[in-house]
Design a protein around this ligand. Structure first.
Ligand code: SF4
Length: 466
């Protein structure tokens, strides 16, 4: 049996306590939000497609976790079998650390190891992940000709069937991984010791609770932090905030002594203590611009498939699959979708372009800026669409909108429920889950939810514009 895996090793790197808790008290994890579970189900999985680049391989994925050991033995036997040239999810265990390798390809008398990434750019984390794989492979005495990251070519344009040779790029990380071997060995041994402890290591809460990922034990470790604690402010660098906290400044009164009474952090603290929100109305009015009743509230649903599904598209190019417009003036709703057939997107874009022409302002709320999409598809024919199209989320961010939750979740739901405390609304992810469901009845629910979300946005706008 193994003690560590790639995911537990990553946890250990973020925080040793998180690793310990995951291994010993996994039931204390926070509940997964709908947002984290929501993924577009349609479109091709990059991992599955990458395998077809090296066809005819044997899939080593065990049917249950108890078979990891057995599949490791089989993997080792396959290495010696001249009839086996490719393995998917080959399993290796060394120094109590288990890895599953996306693709392993025979390369003369050696093997070429490949880790598949669905992104268009490589980052440091990918290099480190691959280095751990290399460490285990070396430990198992697998003769490795190269270890590579296989990722998506952002310049690829789909013409007809997917051209795998054009879609994927390979980058060798062998030299980098070779340099990491010593430090990985040290860390693996450290992490194994942590897992063996009889009590959780004493680790103070800190910036690591959010970086690089929001830790799933926040609910547990943060349970004693009051909801009005200065730790929830956003106008201070997290590192500084936690270093003050861990040096003994733990209550708001002591923290306030360090602040300028007219500072943003003081306004945020007041909002926390009075359980309300803060906004800089001057900036807000400036950004919202000229008052008009001719407003379209726009809810646009699109997704960015890693593997282009439409002709002429690049990887991650937006595919608009639904929209809902709420006219502020006459309460009219215009809705359209192509949830059953994405190739009808063009039709929808034409309708959208025509409809938006009659409004002076278009307001939407999204974590993504859709201005470039508007330009790309000529929905608004102007180099500068920002005069007309307003991302309400950006406006609120720039106006320093703040409450006790916005540091962790700057969503329409969080802001709406702050402005209308007696109401609870659904997460935006529900729309994504329904829109991409295989169940037709669930897909039908999408229009109503998109309309409702637009009404929430309109209500928020009216409440703040006063
Ligand atoms: S919440 Fe913070 S301190 Fe607690 S385990 Fe996670 S990262 Fe570590």
């Amino acid at each position: 049996m193994h003690i560590l895996s790639k995911s537990t090793y990553i946890k250990g790197e973020q925080c040793p306590k998180a690793l310990y808790m995951y291994k010993k008290h996994p039931y204390l994890r926070d509940k997964l939000s709908l947002e984290k579970r929501a993924k577009f189900k349609r479109g091709t999985d990059v991992g599955v497609l990458a395998r077809t680049y090296f066809p005819g391989g044997i899939n080593m994925t065990p049917t249950t976790p108890s078979l990891f050991g057995k599949m490791f033995e089989k993997t080792m036997l396959n290495l010696k079998d001249p009839n086996v040239n490719v393995m998917y999810e080959a399993i290796f265990i060394y120094n109590d650390t288990l890895i599953m390798l996306d693709i392993l390809v025979r390369d003369g008398d050696k093997w070429r190891a490949i880790e598949v990434k669905s992104s268009m750019a490589l980052n440091e984390t990918y290099y480190h992940d691959a280095s751990l794989q290399y460490y285990v492979l070396k430990g198992c005495n697998v003769p490795i000709s190269d270890i590579q990251l296989m990722y998506v070519n952002g310049d690829y344009i789909r013409e007809g069937e997917i051209d795998l040779k054009q879609l994927f790029i390979f980058k060798s990380v062998k030299d980098f991984a070779e340099e990491q071997l010593e430090s990985i060995d040290k860390k693996v041994n450290e992490f194994k010791d942590i897992v063996e402890l009889s009590n959780a290591p004493r680790i103070n809460i800190g910036a690591q609770c959010f970086k690089p990922y929001t830790c799933e034990f926040r609910g547990h470790c943060w349970k004693k932090i009051p909801t009005d604690s200065f730790l929830h402010i956003t106008s201070y660098d997290d590192k500084e905030l936690f270093s003050l906290y861990n040096s003994g400044i733990q209550d708001n009164r002591s923290f306030k002594r360090l602040l300028n009474p007219l500072s943003l952090e003081m306004n945020q603290l007041d909002a926390l203590e009075q359980d309300t929100f803060y906004i800089n109305y001057k900036t807000f009015y400036e950004l919202v611009g000229k008052r008009t009743e001719s407003i379209a509230f726009l809810n646009l649903l699109f997704y960015r498939p890693a593997v282009p599904i439409l002709e002429g598209h690049k990887p991650y190019q937006e595919v608009v699959i639904a929209f809902s417009i709420l006219s502020n003036q006459d309460d009219e709703i215009i809705e359209w979708n192509c949830l059953d057939d994405y190739s009808k997107m063009e039709e929808g874009l034409n309708i959208l372009t025509e409809e938006l022409k009659r409004f002076e302002k278009v307001i939407y709320f999204s974590a993504q800026n859709i201005n470039s999409l508007m330009n790309r598809y000529h929905i608004v024919e102007s180099k500068d669409v920002s005069f007309k199209i307003i991302n309400f989320r950006d406006v609120l961010k720039e106006s320093d909108f703040f409450n006790k939750k916005t540091k962790y979740d700057f969503s329409l739901k969080t802001i709406y429920e702050e402005l209308f405390p007696s109401e609870k609304i659904f997460e935006h992810s529900r729309i994504i889950l329904n829109a991409t469901s295989d169940n037709e009845l669930e897909r039908i629910l999408t229009s109503k939810d998109m309309e409702d979300e637009n009404r929430f946005l309109q209500k928020m706008y009216k409440r703040l514009i006063k």
